[in-house]
Ligand binder design. Structure first.
Ligand SMILES: [Zn+2]
Length: 389
């Protein structure tokens, strides 16, 4: 593996990266989950015009095109993907669960859990998403590049070792983190800014002190049997992993200033204490002001600043090594723009490359500050790593 991602002291910070290595495969367009999930499901339906399922291929088509034709295109180096092997999936998931998915695929598909449909083509797409994320991590581990973005779907961060959840079948980031650990990385931090709790990734490493999972999400709580976790601040990990899962449930309406405050008050200090050798940014644009599935108010400015903060953590701790993994984000226009802005921040560019086409959202930082300070006090009181902070 690359020296830069080993446990050796990190080199001096660098000012900006030359490029972002984007991993993508067109096969990931071959999964659709129908339409109409926003209708009530009552018979007869009330709506004549049914939207596509929010997790549809249009989302990533726009992300692809903005990376190809947007001003960031000259900073992008493109790479193809590949399907994951079953043996690679078993580093995170149980054999029984993987068998369930294989059998569902053979049977022509089924609803795996609420709102999550494995249809014809879905399983091959899920394998591509996991394998492509593994390739992106491998690219970094082998020293071919420092920053990689796995542009993948279906998303993965709700997929737990034993079950699917929230449009996710396989935990793409989870298998990549496990690959990093197996390759000699001693400590990995996962920073998840998708608007939903990254419960699957948290669950996979809940008893590990080698992976610090941090999730910023809206305070949605449990949403049923597929998502029993609450995402509350007291879900801290177990055994050796106690204190290595940090949940940051943010009040609805938290915007750019609130998110940046949470990053600087909670995420940056925790990451500095942990001293990771590898950083994984799990990014969802459903934290944006216009997302149908989220109630937060990030704009391009906020995503750009989060990208910049995470980049500075990578420069400080992991020799600049940073894997970015795509998760949710369901407003097909704004998601692409917010992803563009995130990568501008990661590149540490001095000025924005793109202006915001739609955003202005008034926000009140005061309530977010109050909540973030109470989370900080709780963590400092309870978590051994933070005692005396
Ligand atoms: Zn989400």
């Amino acid at each position: 593996m690359a020296d830069s991602c080993s446990s050796a002291p990190a080199p001096e910070p660098v000012e900006s990266a030359e490029c972002i290595n984007v991993f993508w495969d067109d096969g990931m367009l071959s999964h659709e989950m129908g339409k109409g999930v926003f209708d009530t499901g009552m018979d007869p339906g009330f709506l004549d015009v049914l939207e596509k399922h929010p997790e549809n291929s249009d989302r990533v088509k726009n992300i692809l095109s903005i990376l190809r034709r947007g001003p960031i295109s000259s900073y992008i180096s493109w790479h193809s993907g590949r399907p994951a092997l079953i043996s690679e999936l078993l580093s995170f998931h149980t054999p029984d669960y993987i068998n369930e998915l294989v059998e569902a695929d053979k049977a022509g598909g089924k609803m795996i859990c609420a709102g999550t449909f494995l249809n014809a083509g879905s399983w091959d797409t899920a394998l591509l998403a996991a394998g492509t994320t593994l390739l992106a991590m491998k690219h970094i581990l082998e020293g071919h590049g420092k920053i990689a973005y796995a542009l993948v779907r279906p998303p993965g961060h709700h997929a737990q070792p034993t079950q699917a959840d929230g449009y996710c079948f396989l935990n793409n980031a989870g298998v990549a983190v496990q690959l990093a650990l197996n390759s000699g990385c001693e400590k990995v931090v996962v920073i998840d800014i998708d608007v939903h709790y990254g419960n699957g990734t948290a669950e996979g490493f809940y008893q590990s002190n080698k992976v610090l999972t941090i999730s910023l999400h809206m305070n949605h709580g449990s949403w049923g049997p597929s998502h029993p976790q609450n995402g509350s601040i007291d879900e801290l990990g177990e055994g050796e992993g106690f204190g290595y899962n940090l949940n940051i449930p943010l009040p609805n309406g938290t915007g750019d200033k609130g998110y940046v405050y949470a990053m600087n008050e909670l995420v940056v200090p925790a990451t500095q204490k942990f001293e990771p050798n590898m950083i994984v940014l799990v990014v969802g644009q459903d934290s944006s002001a216009f997302d149908p599935n989220g109630r937060q108010c990030l704009t391009m400015d906020g995503y750009r600043e989060i990208g910049r903060i995470v980049r500075s953590l990578a420069d400080r701790h992991s020799g600049g090594c940073l894997l970015i993994v795509q998760e949710g984000g369901y407003q097909v226009t704004y998601s692409a723009y917010c992803l563009h802005a995130t990568l501008e921040g990661v590149l540490n560019l001095p000025l924005p490359l793109l202006s915001d086409p739609i955003a202005y959202y008034p926000e009140d930082k005061a309530f977010a500050v109050e909540v973030i300070q109470s989370i900080k006090k709780y963590q400092n009181d309870v978590i051994p790593l933070f005692k005396g902070s």
